[in-house]
Design a protein around this ligand. Structure first.
Ligand code: HEM
Length: 391
């Protein structure tokens, strides 16, 4: 994967270096070395100890679909459903058509497609299993203005790829196989920068223009493993997912000046550096004071409040959303806040409580959807996602 990514990026750089003339010349594009892999050919392994789509570098497009199980689906039905969906995901993510694929050609460009499954409380109960104690609706927070149409659900599909057509096709194939068992409760579509627009590894920006995702555990490290992966029972090797649809009032944000914007988070918009530093990854100094004796990173700053004493950690992997505005507004935008953590109650909830009490960002943000899912571990070839619960 590293090699493929490197090759593709080198290709982009080369085009930029030789100038626009060449980049626009189709004949030259046709002569690109055959070994340069297309972005669409890249794949992420499906089978493994953990499901893909969590420690995978976030793809450009993410679709979240929550399903509600039909009343008559029992434990055996759940196992059949997960067997079917696992088979679809295993094929599609590797660039192969699903069984009875109605548009098999659309499967040929996986573009780093991942499909990640999550179980809501009702799924686990229907399976006759016992879920982790945090697998429930989150406690109510003062800032919440939750809408049922963006909240809860029995089975989550997180379908992500660097190409929106790939996402659409995979979604349709999965939903066709799921429809005998469950109905769509909600879908939420998110995006980041298109593949190739920025260097891989660049921290995403949200629609406030902020660099969003700087302080985050690093996939592949022991630290990440400890924050994210559960060690408990059927969920061992899995994790907990919180999805919050958070509306961002861009019109109100427009009225805030640059220094106010920086102060609200405690980092600069320019490059995401903490107000006490110069570069994005400089460690914030929460003790530093201005000449007047005020903290340089204000008490109300989002990063100070989110971090607290540093005891609770989560892994954030969110997406922007931007829907059709209604009425006089020009935007209907926000963040699909997605976090993964081994224990939602111990890690996410205290942090969200702190932000509920004080966080200047609350002036411009409102949670309007909320859901919690248990993400089961991955499986080996021949197995299926959810087998640790269902067999
Ligand atoms: C940090 C934006 C909601 C937890 C940040 C940063 C930005 C940001 C710009 C600084 C850069 C970074 O380290 O990523 C937002 C926006 C939100 C939002 C726009 C809502 C629309 C939340 C929520 C939580 C959260 C709901 C958790 C309950 C964190 C954490 C950090 C962070 C843990 C890192 C703090 C540290 O430096 O230790 N957020 N955030 N954020 N945010 Fe948020």
């Amino acid at each position: 994967r590293q090699f493929l990514l490197g090759g593709a990026v080198a290709g982009v750089g080369a085009v930029a270096a030789v100038g626009v003339d060449l980049a626009l010349n189709r004949a030259d594009a046709d002569q690109a070395p055959a070994s340069t892999p297309m972005n669409g050919e890249q794949t992420v392994p499906f089978f493994g100890d953990h499901q893909a789509g969590i420690d995978t570098a976030a793809q450009a497009h993410g679709l979240f679909v929550a399903l509600d199980l039909h009343d008559d689906v029992d434990r055996d039905g759940l196992a059949r459903l997960m067997g079917l969906l696992t088979d679809d995901a295993a094929r599609l993510t590797q660039g192969r058509a699903a069984l009875a694929d109605s548009e098999p050609e659309l499967a040929l460009a996986p573009a780093r497609l991942t499909v990640t499954f999550g179980f809501g409380p009702n799924f686990v109960a229907r399976a006759g299993g016992v879920g982790p104690s945090w697998l429930a609706t989150l406690p109510a927070f003062g800032v919440d203005r939750l809408q049922a149409e963006f909240s809860d659900g029995d089975l989550l599909l997180q379908i992500a790829a660097d190409d929106p057509l790939t996402v659409a096709h995979a979604t349709r194939m999965l939903l066709k196989d799921a429809r005998g068992f469950a109905d769509v409760r909600w879908t939420q579509q998110g995006f980041r920068r298109a593949y190739g627009t920025e260097r891989p590894g660049t921290t995403m920006r949200n629609l406030f223009g902020q660099v969003d995702g700087t302080t985050n555990p690093e996939p592949g490290t022991a630290d990440f493993d400890e924050v994210v992966w559960s060690a408990d029972g059927w969920l061992a090797g899995g994790t907990g997912m919180v999805l919050r649809r958070i509306h961002m009032d861009l019109d109100k944000w427009d009225r805030l000046d640059r220094s106010g914007r920086d102060a609200s988070v405690g980092r600069t918009l320019a490059n995401g550096a903490p107000l006490t530093g110069a570069e994005e990854f400089d460690e914030p100094d929460f003790e530093a004071k201005t000449s007047l004796g005020f903290p340089v990173i204000p008490q109300f700053a989002h990063i100070r409040r989110a971090r607290g004493d540093g005891a609770e950690r989560i892994f954030r992997r969110g997406y922007n959303y931007d829907e059709r505005p209604s009425g006089a507004s020009v935007s209907e935008s926000g963040l699909l806040f997605v976090s993964f953590q081994a224990d939602v109650d111990a890690q996410f909830v205290p942090m969200q409580r702190r932000l509920d009490e004080l966080d200047l960002l609350n002036e411009w943000t409102v949670p309007i959807g909320s859901a919690v899912f248990a993400i089961p571990p991955g499986c080996a070839e021949g197995g299926f996602i959810g087998e640790t619960l269902l067999t």
